[in-house]
Ligand binder design. Structure first.
Ligand code: ZN
Length: 87
């Protein structure tokens, strides 16, 4: 009798700034994530730095996407699949 072993290699998901294809851990569908920007630690550090250098411009990091974390969510069940943090 032959023993068949199926090895499933779970690849660590590398989430970046762009939507990526992955399997949703919630609904098990193969999905392309939808990305949403949200303020993270990096955003608030940037706010602090700008506040020290140029007070009236402190809000700028809050409107610049490059300072923000990227939240990947499932388009079919809306579960959060992963978050790409800047820090
Ligand atoms: Zn899902």
């Amino acid at each position: 009798m032959a023993t068949q072993t199926t090895v499933i290699v779970a690849q660590p998901a590398m989430y970046g700034e762009a939507p990526c294809q992955t399997t949703c851990p919630n609904c098990r569908n193969t999905i392309v994530t939808t990305v949403q920007r949200e303020n993270g630690a990096c955003t608030w550090i940037a706010v602090g730095i700008v506040l020290l250098l140029c007070c009236p411009c402190f809000f700028i990091p809050l409107i610049i996407d490059t300072c923000k974390d990227t939240r990947h969510s499932c388009p079919s069940c809306n579960a959060t699949v992963g978050i790409a943090k800047k820090l």
